[in-house]
Design a protein around this ligand. Structure first.
Ligand SMILES: Nc1ncnc2c1ncn2[C@@H]1O[C@H](COP(=O)(O)OP(=O)(O)OP(=O)(O)O)[C@@H](O)[C@H]1O
Ligand SMILES: Cc1ncsc1CCO
Ligand SMILES: [Mg+2]
Length: 266
């Protein structure tokens, strides 16, 4: 795919997102719930933060995409995660795994590995999390953890190859790969990582875009490009992470599909 075609596909995916307003079920952590729901609304999608084991599967039967984020884990939530991921996989709708701090504890490692059996459509994480997950999957080269997304492209590609998922590594530049094709999305604002759970919000946007895109990789690139463009525009008026957060929501809401032609894809 040439960069030109990719940009056209991205613009088309944003247009579909605005027209179709996909319902995105989010099983996501307490920190992220408010921001993820509002980012989805600002992107013209529709959020449903439904995680309980008694209703997670039923909700996944209604949704257009599912997010499973392990940020604030507990056993009942994990049951709901498995139920929702199973139903999403059965229905052939995209589901996106966010393995928050997967390298930190044994419980997180075990939960993330168990969830991989449902074959996530996309895995969205930061560089350290991708290295931890790739190593646990036997796809990494060791424990040489780094926080630079572009330095872990090999691990991201290997993880995509072993899981069959599209892998998104967020950072200064976002890396998106299906193991064969790799796209790098530049842009954003250096204060974005200071907004807690913005990465979790990015995961929710990836799910929304994947629900309407022709392919999961196009959906993932589109969501990261939307955030890169909105973050850059929001950054012009922001004084710090506090004012960047609402400015980012406004920038997403006012974003037109053709604005995505400004985003640099490599
Ligand atoms: N230095 C930077 N410059 C520009 N954009 C950035 C920078 N760092 C992160 N971003 C953007 O911020 C968003 C969140 O990515 P980040 O890597 O911080 O996620 P994360 O570590 O999973 O966050 P969290 O766990 O708090 O949800 C992404 O859209 C990413 O492109
Ligand atoms: C800070 C934090 N702790 C658990 S989840 C979360 C949100 C960022 O991933
Ligand atoms: Mg994260």
């Amino acid at each position: 795919m040439s960069a030109r075609i990719r940009v056209d596909a991205v613009i088309d995916t944003v247009r579909r997102l605005h027209e179709q307003s996909p319902l995105v079920q989010c099983i996501t952590n307490y920190v992220s719930m408010d921001l993820a729901a509002n980012l989805l609304n600002a992107a013209h999608a529709s959020p449903a933060m439904v995680h309980d084991e008694r209703e997670a599967a039923e909700m996944a039967g209604l949704a257009s995409a599912v997010v499973v984020n392990i940020g604030t884990l507990s056993p009942h939530w994990v049951t709901g995660m498995h139920e929702a991921a199973r139903v999403a996989a059965e229905r052939g709708i995209p589901w996106v795994l966010d393995p928050v701090a997967v390298g930190a504890t044994a419980y997180r490692r075990a939960t993330a590995n168990d969830l991989l059996t449902h074959r996530p459509t996309v895995i969205r994480a930061n560089a350290s999390e991708i290295v931890a997950l790739a190593t646990a999957q036997g796809a990494g080269r060791g424990a040489d953890s780094t926080h630079d997304s572009t330095a872990v492209i090999d691990q991201a590609k290997a993880l995509a190859a072993t899981t069959g998922s599209v892998v998104v590594v967020s950072g200064v530049s976002d890396v998106v790969t299906d193991g064969t094709a790799t796209v790098i999305v530049d842009g954003g604002d250096p204060r974005m990582p200071l907004i807690s759970a913005l990465g979790c919000g990015a995961t929710a946007l990836v799910a929304a875009a994947a629900a309407v895109a022709d392919t999961p990789i196009t959906g993932a690139v589109t969501a990261m490009a939307m955030l890169a463009d909105a973050g850059e525009r929001a950054g012009r008026s922001a004084h710090g992470p506090g004012t960047l957060r609402p400015a980012l929501l406004d920038a997403l809401w006012t974003q037109r599909p053709e604005d995505l032609s400004r985003v640099v894809l490599r």
